[in-house]
Design a protein around this ligand. Sequence first.
Ligand code: AMP
Length: 206
Amino acid sequence: MRVVLLGPPGAGKGTQAQVIAARLSVPAISTGDIFRANVTSQTDLGKQAKAYMDAGDLVPDEITVAMVSDRLAEPDAKAGFLLDGFPRTIAQAEQLRDSLAEMGNRLDRCLELVVDEEELVRRLSGRRVSVDGEMVQREDDKPETVRHRLEVYREQTAPLAGFYDEVGLLSRIDAIGEIDEVTRRALEALGADEALADEPDDESGR
Ligand code: AMP
């Protein structure tokens, strides 16, 4: 199954991507994670991306699209994938559609995680991530940058919901609630009944 996870920063995309991908037995591919790994290891790609990321801006399409094409060409993505944080512009979505078509494939669904903006700001400003065992605030989770990222989302990424809706691929998922409940809504929208049946009885099943 080939799925795109769409949603503003703070909607829980990263968390849901991991859980949903595991249930579907496909890799979760996060462009933000790939960029951050490159920034940490100071690769050329990381050096190109860092200033954009720190400012809460999008990394230019050419750089991002080339990176994703390389990742999707890896063997584990052949049978399916769940994209988290890509595409983020109409141009990226068109490129994705065209490169999948070249391989004789197409997307199965775009899941849009829907959360109101007040809740997003609350979640993002309280978010901490683990770096070398320490819980720290991501540079781009600082309040000024959060506001800018939400603006970038509204202007450049939110129109993707219309893009996918027009071709009948969009499912809007209410992303407020317990993690398990949101996952259940997402799997239901994917018609992933087998994955739903696999649902573990308790936390130890994960
Ligand atoms: P994320 O972890 O998805 O919030 O991504 C963190 C940052 O990485 C974003 O604010 C962008 O600067 C950059 N980034 C991630 N994915 C993309 C993308 N598809 N296009 C452009 N920039 C991206």
